[in-house]
Write a protein that binds this ligand. Structure first.
Ligand code: ADP
Length: 453
């Protein structure tokens, strides 16, 4: 069964049950009120009758007194303690055969006589002979029966008439709920067939859940599309980047096969080039693997770290490996929650770039602002042109392709640095002046700081 039909059936049935219950309640409450009203009238009448009976003398005919108080359709009886009817007067044919049942403690009872409800009430009275007898007043409730029948018809009519707008609104409700889901299903199957990231039409200003679902769906499609494009771009860039060194390796290998073994200098040049390109490819593949792993959400392990001491320690292996002056400036301790392995990796990328793209000393500086700790890596190299700054974190982006090829760059370092910084919850900023130098700044936000320094 379709969801639309289910919603329609369920809401219609629910409303039918609610209406029926309400109307049944109304019917029974009215019935009880009607009986109570009749009883109160009969009771008032019985009080008057008792007063008249008390004024009776031995010569008075009790039937005459009773007759003055007979209900329009009913009986008045005097019953002695043995249950024998002493006197009875009636205003309805055949009613004398009716034998009422009153439970002890009840004010009145309702029975049935030939399909008409009968109200019976009974009160003790002291009879002329001094004995206690029961005064029984019985009344046929023909009017009440008629009114109740009418009420039932009205309530049934109301239920039936009310079902028309209820059914119509449940159909409309089904449509309102199902329409966006239908659209979604259509768009998804269209996406599957065309292989495109199709979106659905949603109202920009709509706030209901269905519009929200549509918007979320479109956002998800947008994200999937952009991820897919990034992956495609990455694969195409990666193959392009690997093609160049492989072509170099291939051409030198061919050269070697042709004449390299006879000519030592050619052989040396070829082997040197093959080795250089192999190392570059290895580095590039390692970096690409790193990026791929990062996309799978590498787990970060945050620990309390003294950033100042940590940066100083990170510079040691750089000083060992390169004959370059790495200067560290920082005062006091600045403790933050960070992942030391990832921060070290990030610093190595920035320090290695500073080393590759400058000749002079390299400076690391720890400073604090009101809201953050900043680790700056400054070099005094060629700097980066302003137009290149927005692209620096793109994968495979290099400012001067040829120059950077000589430095062994792959264009992946800063993309990795950016992902590491994101994972660390830090911001990465660049300040660069062409011909003067470059500063990369890792900004650790206040939320990760433990102690002010
Ligand atoms: P690469 O492996 O080429 O160094 P990166 O992603 O690390 O790749 O850097 C991207 C480009 O940004 C580099 O090719 C270089 O042109 C430029 N760059 C990065 N750091 C510096 C720096 N400190 N000074 C000048 N240029 C830089």
């Amino acid at each position: 069964m379709k969801l639309k039909t289910k919603i329609h059936l369920f809401s219609t049935l629910l409303m039918l049950v609610i209406l029926t219950l309400t109307n049944t309640g109304i019917y029974f409450v009215y019935k009880k009120l009607a009986f109570d009203t009749e009883y109160h009238q009969l009771n008032t009448q019985s009080q008057d009758l008792i007063a008249s009976l008390s004024r009776m003398t031995g010569q008075t005919d009790p039937a005459t007194v009773l007759r003055a108080y007979i209900p329009p359709q009913g009986v008045v009886r005097i019953v002695d303690p043995t249950g024998k009817v002493k006197v009875a007067v009636q205003s309805a044919e055949g009613i004398e055969n009716y034998s009422p049942e009153i439970m002890p403690g009840d004010q009145y009872s309702i029975g049935q006589y030939l399909g008409t409800p009968v109200l019976t009430m009974q009160v003790p009275v002291i009879w002329t002979d001094g004995k206690v007898v029961e005064l029984q007043m019985i009344q046929l409730l023909g009017d009440v029966k008629h009114t109740l029948g009418l009420l039932m018809l009205i309530l049934l009519g109301v239920t039936l008439i009310a079902m028309i707008p209820i059914a119509a609104s449940s159909i409309a409700l089904g449509r309102i709920v199902i329409q966006p889901i239908d659209n979604l299903i259509k768009t998804m199957s269209q996406s599957r067939q065309t292989g495109k990231y199709e979106k659905i039409d949603v109202l920009a200003e709509g706030k209901d859940e269905m519009t929200q679902m549509g918007r979320e769906f479109n956002d998800m499609m947008g994200q999937l599309e952009s991820n897919y494009k990034k992956q495609e771009q990455f694969v195409s860039n990666a193959s392009h980047e690997l093609k160049t060194p492989l072509t170099v390796v291939e051409s030198y290998a061919r050269l070697l096969t042709r004449r390299g073994f006879d000519d030592r200098s050619v052989a040396e040049e070829a082997v040197g080039a093959i080795l250089g390109e192999s190392i570059r490819m290895k580095d590039m593949i390692e970096q690409m693997l790193h990026l791929a792993r990062n996309q799978e959400q590498v787990a970060f392990n945050f620990v309390e770290t003294d950033i100042n001491a940590f940066v100083e320690k990170t510079l040691q292996p750089m000083r060992q490996a390169y004959t370059r002056n790495f200067i560290h400036e920082g005062n006091g301790s600045a403790v933050a929650m960070t992942d030391t392995d990832k921060l070290r990796q990030l610093l190595f990328i920035l320090l290695d770039n500073a080393r590759k793209y400058s000749e002079r000393e390299i400076r690391t500086t720890i400073s604090k602002t009101e809201t953050a700790i900043s680790i700056a890596v400054t070099d005094y190299g060629n700097g980066i042109p302003e137009e290149a700054l927005p692209h620096l974190f793109d994968r495979f982006y290099r400012v001067h392709e040829d120059r950077n090829r000589k430095t062994g760059g792959t264009g992946l370092g800063l993309a990795i640095a950016k992902e590491l910084a994101d994972g660390l919850g830090a911001e990465l900023k660049i300040e660069s002046i062409v011909g003067m130098g470059t500063t990369f700044r890792i900004i650790i936000p206040k939320s990760q700081l433990l102690i002010d320094f």
